[in-house]
Structures are given as C-alpha cells and as structure tokens.
Design a protein around this ligand. Structure first.
Ligand SMILES: NC(=O)c1ccc[n+]([C@@H]2O[C@H](COP(=O)([O-])OP(=O)(O)OC[C@H]3O[C@@H](n4cnc5c(N)ncnc54)[C@H](O)[C@@H]3O)[C@@H](O)[C@H]2O)c1
Length: 352
C-alpha cells in the first residue's frame, strides 16, 4: 500500500541517528480536533510493517475518539526498535521534539512498549503528551476506566439481549487477567456475575485464586471459548474472534477490552449468523483514551469517569442502529463514527 492510496492527512518520518530513533507519526484525521493516539514501541520486521501498523492504528483511533465523544481526531505513532534494548532518555526526548514540531496537530500517549514513565520523559520536550504519571499531572493507569467502560458496554449489550442492564446471574468468561481484566473482574463480581477466567501468566492466575476464590479458572482460551458462557470478554491480545473460535463459541454476547478482536473482515458477519451479539471493541474499550484525553484539560478523575459512563449509551445506540438497519454492530459503529466526524467536523466551515 502506498501512503497516498490511504486517506490519511499526514504521515511523518522521524529520524535521529545518534539516539537511534526511527519513528513514524500518522495523523488520520483532525476533523474533530488534534489527533490523539499512543506510541507503540515495537521491533517490526521491516519499515513497511511499521508503516502499515501506524496507518491502521491511527485510522482506528479516529473512529474510537469520535465515538468516545471526544473533540479529538485520530493519530498514532510507532517507534521501530526493541523497547528493552533501544529505549533511552535521548531517544524518547528526540521523539518528544518531533511531536512538538507538529505544533499540536498530534497528542501522544502510551501504547504497547511505552509506559507512563516514558511519557514523563517525552513531556520534557513537548506539551502535546498525555498518559503521564499522576505525580506529573497525568491520568495514571488508563486500565481503570478502560475496564469501567467495558463493563458499561457489557451492561448495554445485556440489556439489548436480555432486557435488563445487568450481568447478575450471568456467566462471564474473561480471557486475560492483566491490568484491565483484573478491574473488570471486580466490576462483574460486584454486579453479581459468576466468572470463569484464563491467563497464560501464572501470577495472574494466582491473583484471582487468592482474591476471588469463587472464580473458576480454565487452562486456555480455547477451553474458555468452548465453556458454557453467557458473555465472552477477550481481554488479552487481538484476533480473539476467528472463524474457529466463533464456530465453537457458546456465549451470546462478546464484549471485551482487547483491540482488534475480529481476526479478519467478515468475522462480524459470522457472529451475527450465529446470533452472537458483538459489542464493538473500539467502542467498549474507549475508557482508556477518555481517561488520558482528560489530561489535556487538567486531569479530573470524576469528570473522566462520567464521560466513560457514556459508553453504556453509545453501545446501546449502536446495537439499536444495527438491528434497525440489519447490519452487524461493527458496521453500525463505523457509520456513527463517520457521521460524527462529518457533522461536527463540518462546523469548522462556518467562519468565526
Ligand atoms: N490498558 C488500557 O487502558 C487499554 C485500553 C484499550 C485497550 N486495551 C487492550 O486491552 C487488552 C488488555 O490490556 P491490558 O492493559 O490489561 O494488558 P496486560 O498486558 O496488562 O494484560 C494482558 C493479559 O493477557 C494475558 N494473556 C496474553 N496472552 C494470552 C492468551 N493467549 N490467553 C490468555 N491470556 C493471555 C497476559 O498474561 C496478561 O495478563 C489489550 O489487548 C490492550 O490492547 C487496553
């Protein structure tokens, strides 16, 4: 794919030879405001892979931010390298200067391979950064509102499917007891759900066995998917919904935190054919970006949580629109996002 065959606004290559920084910043759209999206630090096999990833991810952020009700466009950055070996103060600060050079068209944040401490370093060179630590005025760990938002989206899906916005008495399968999965477990237990969970990390399993002995633990995601579930919550890696998993899935709802859950285009149709209600990933997992975006105004947890609570209403609207128009919820979500980008983005043509 050539860069100009996509509909991105701007793609910037950044290189600082002494620190070894090789980064690409992609801005998909600023129709709603400055582009916001995290920085992925990853050892891509090639520059082409890095470019593809950043183009894909920045487009996804535009849709996510639009449906999260944020006045922010979509962008993303990738740093090509191994975070364990290549990350240094000089590299992060060089990256920060490139972000600053965009004059506020792009705000960065954490993603795979970058952490709040890294954003504190990036912030020495740019003011266009979120996801800093609380002691630096940042929003801290975004998994708190990510999990809260997933729970809200799941409640909306439960209401759509069973008539009542609660998971009480339902059996929910959580794949991945990481930062988000743990908080989600807490919300669901409080709501009265029963939980079956899995993780590849023994420490995560130990946490759940000690904290919530009532949670059933299974050996693998395959076992989880085939279990007798009402709801399946993928909270580990992307691609959780493939032809194979959908074929054996017994849950009636899928709602989870993982990004890019659909392994390939078309899986959303398979889910619909099997009468599985899919709450689109980028809608229900937007609590994290809502949390870090709040930093731009000066972080206020209560305000950010109020915004994340809207995920309930947005998910409900998407599921209703999907039903009314006879399309999968993923398609309905895209339509709503595009509508907001067009309707609100257009307002800037009114001269002030
Ligand atoms: N943290 C956020 O704010 C946020 C926001 C939006 C989306 N997400 C997405 O949600 C997902 C979870 O994020 P997180 O912050 O909790 O990450 P994390 O790294 O803290 O947790 C992921 C967990 O999944 C487990 N895991 C990995 N492979 C697995 C497998 N095959 N089967 C079962 N478990 C497996 C890991 O051991 C880990 O405990 C990711 O896909 C992330 O991109 C996170």
């Amino acid at each position: 794919m050539g860069v100009f065959t996509t509909s991105h606004e701007q793609v910037v290559y950044c290189h600082d030879r002494p620190s070894g920084l090789r980064a690409i910043i992609a801005i998909y759209s600023t129709a709603l405001g400055p582009a916001l999206g995290g920085t992925r630090f990853y050892p891509y096999a090639s520059e082409d892979d890095a470019l593809h990833d950043v183009l894909d991810l920045s487009r996804g952020m535009a849709y996510k931010n639009a449906l999260a009700g944020l006045d922010l466009g979509g962008g993303k950055a990738v740093i090509w390298g191994d975070p364990d070996k290549d990350k240094s103060e000089a590299l992060l600060r060089a990256y920060g200067r490139f972000v600053q050079s965009l004059g506020g068209r792009y705000y960065t944040a954490c993603d795979v391979g970058t952490y709040v401490q890294d954003m504190d370093v990036v912030a020495k060179e740019t003011r266009f950064v979120t996801g800093r630590s609380e002691s630096h005025g940042g929003a801290g760990d975004s998994s708190v509102l990510t999990a809260y938002g997933v729970f809200q989206g799941m409640r909306a899906a439960a209401e759509h499917r069973w008539g009542s916005p609660t998971l009480a008495g339902r059996r929910v399968g959580i794949a991945g007891l990481g930062k988000v999965g743990k908080h989600l477990t807490e919300h669901l237990i409080e709501d009265g759900a029963s939980i079956v969970a899995t993780d590849v990390n023994e420490r995560a399993l130990e946490w759940v066995r000690t904290t919530y002995p009532q949670v059933d633990v299974v050996d693998s995601s395959e076992d989880l998917v085939a279990a007798d579930l009402d709801v399946y919550a993928p909270c580990a890696l992307g691609g959780a919904l493939s032809d194979e998993t959908v074929a054996v899935l017994r849950a009636k709802i899928v709602a989870g935190a993982a990004n890019n859950q659909l392994a390939h285009p078309g899986v959303e149709k398979l889910l619909a054919e099997r009468d599985v209600l899919y709450a689109p990933d980028y809608v229900v997992n937007s609590g994290g970006v809502i949390q870090v975006a709040d930093e731009i105004e000066g972080f206020n947890f209560a305000r950010a949580q109020q915004r994340a609570a809207r995920i309930f209403h947005t998910t409900r609207e998407i599921l209703q629109l999907a039903e009314a128009e006879g399309v999968p919820p993923a398609a309905a979500a895209d339509r709503l996002a595009e509508r907001r980008m067009a309707d609100v983005g257009r307002l800037r043509t009114i001269l002030l």
